[in-house]
Design a protein around this ligand. Structure first.
Ligand code: 5GP
Ligand code: ZN
Length: 113
């Protein structure tokens, strides 16, 4: 996707703070972190949103979920992290290339919401 910033990051055309990479995904730090640790886990394939994912993306979606474990381990927060996905503009999605927000690094217990 020519005008997608995450595709450009994946292609190495835009700089980023990469955390790790795996089978079909890459993890890099969010440019405007909303938690002490805030990493985006992004499939290398361009999919606009979770709501537009297809059955053919099943394996990749599974790999993204398991990638959270690996990235959390790398960050040293495997015992406590949150994963969030915004799907659609009215849900707060601003970059239309599917991504998981992985946040953590708090020193106190978080609420359920
Ligand atoms: P969304 O609201 O679509 O779920 O999240 C998009 C996220 O991407 C935001 O948290 C935003 O800070 C982050 N972001 C936007 N542009 C860039 C960028 O160029 N580089 C990085 N690393 N993160 C970005
Ligand atoms: Zn893209």
């Amino acid at each position: 996707m020519d005008d997608c910033i995450f595709c450009k990051i994946i292609a190495g055309e835009l700089p980023t703070k990469k955390v790790s990479e795996g089978d079909g995904w890459v993890a890099f730090r969010d440019i405007a972190p909303k938690a002490p640790e805030h990493v985006l886990i992004v499939p290398k394939e361009h999919i606009r949103s979770l709501g537009e994912a297809q059955d053919t993306h099943k394996d990749m979606l599974g790999r993204l979920m398991l990638a959270t474990r690996e990235v959390a381990e790398t960050l040293g927060i495997r015992d406590a992290y949150q994963v969030k996905v915004f799907s659609g503009e009215n849900a707060g999605q601003t970059v239309f290339h599917l991504h998981l927000h992985l946040t953590g690094g708090w020193k106190e217990k978080q609420s359920d919401n």
